[in-house]
Design a protein around this ligand. Structure first.
Ligand SMILES: [Zn+2]
Length: 376
């Protein structure tokens, strides 16, 4: 959202660009270099943790590990988005010629990975990415440890031939996170790439006038040549919450869940609604409970296709559960002792919570560890 019409962002960008040492490179483009970049890249993950409201994340590399607690996927990116480059076509062109540039490649909803020994590498050189065929959209994701990172979205028809290749693996981002298929530092930029490339794929026509729109700003805007409207990538806010009363809380089951898994209730925030109002409405709609206090806990980008999960705890004032069967299959009260068994996979009936990659795990865990203090 930063950079749309934010005065502070504009000042910051103007100021920072003053530090750039620009020099012509062989192609006549402009080199990019920022003496402050190293500091920015290294500070950002710590800020992400400090702001995460209690989810102590296992960050991607050893130098950022702040605890031994489980990692929440998709958040904690090491990418510096460097938004000031998005409108600088010469700098973006210079980056694509840089030896360090690498592409994350997304085909449909799947990430393309390169088999390397026993593991998988999600980074491709420009030549490797180009060899996949027609790239539908290219997005500047940012800088990782000073190296440019782009996301490349392939046409849907590229999926089948790539799937047939022995040297590649096409796989969804949920499996990548759950099975830790790539190094942790690659999961947030893959999520960033999938979300914004997916937005481009779904927004090829202007919602104002219907004309074909064009990618702009390094992939962070689409412009309409007819009515001149500018369209920005969307993130859809989803509230995900644990309604609690004393030492108990309510979990539900969606028909889509594995048979033994129970989780927090969740739903999209609607236009004209605050986070607190959305939490109270969703809890009331899904299980019939009335809630009072709502406390924000932490958030998580969720690239399916492009949501922001906003985790909360809510104080339930009523006890009787009335299930909306169109939304969930089952719901009931759980006490903290039972939740602890579920979190640690020791429940006598095999019941579980979602895995640690999901914010729901951490919302539940915080309640097990801190009880009603989560509402303080
Ligand atoms: Zn238009």
């Amino acid at each position: 959202m930063a950079g749309r019409s934010n005065g502070a962002t504009h000042l910051d960008r103007t100021d920072r660009r003053g530090f750039y040492r620009r020099a012509a490179i062989a192609s006549g483009s402009i080199a990019y270099e920022d003496p402050h970049r190293r500091r920015a890249v290294h500070v950002a993950p710590s800020i992400a943790v400090a702001r995460s409201g209690g989810v102590r994340q296992h960050l991607a590399s050893a130098r950022h590990d702040l605890s031994l607690e489980p990692r929440q996927a998709y958040a904690g990116s090491h990418i510096e988005r460097a938004a000031f480059y998005r409108g600088d076509d010469a700098a973006l062109a210079a980056m694509t010629a840089d030896d360090r540039v690498r592409y994350y490649v997304v085909a449909g909803d799947l990430a393309v990975l390169k088999k390397r020994g026993e593991g998988f590498d999600p980074l491709f050189s420009p030549a490797e990415a180009a060899a996949f065929g027609a790239t539908r959209d290219t997005v500047f994701l940012g800088l990782m440890d000073e190296a440019p990172r782009f996301g490349a979205g392939l046409d849907a028809e590229a999926v089948a031939p790539l799937k047939a290749r022995d040297d590649l693996k096409l796989i969804d981002l949920r499996t990548i996170a759950v099975q830790a298929i790539v190094a942790a530092e690659h999961v947030p930029p893959l999520a960033e790439a999938k979300s914004v490339l997916g937005w481009h794929a779904r927004h090829r026509f202007c919602p104002n006038c219907g004309a074909v729109t064009a990618l702009a700003q390094g992939g962070w805007r689409r412009d309409c040549p007819s009515c001149k409207a500018e369209h920005f990538p969307r993130t859809d806010p989803v509230v995900i919450m644990l309604a609690i009363a004393g030492a108990r809380c309510v979990l539900g089951r969606s028909p889509r869940f594995p048979q033994t898994m129970w989780s927090c209730l969740a739903g999209f925030a609607e236009p004209g609604e605050s986070i607190e109002e959305a939490v109270r409405r969703e809890v009331h709609e899904e299980v019939g409970l009335t809630c009072a206090r709502v406390r924000y806990f932490a958030s998580q980008p969720w690239p399916f296709p492009s949501s922001l999960m906003i985790g909360c705890h809510a104080e339930a004032l009523t006890d009787k559960i009335v299930i909306d069967r169109s939304e969930i299959e089952e719901a009931r009260w759980f006490d903290r002792d039972e939740l602890k068994l579920m979190l640690t996979r020791k429940h006598p009936h095999g019941l579980t919570t979602p895995p640690p990659i999901a914010i729901a795990h951490h919302i539940i865990r915080a309640f097990v560890e801190n009880g009603g203090d989560v509402l303080a």
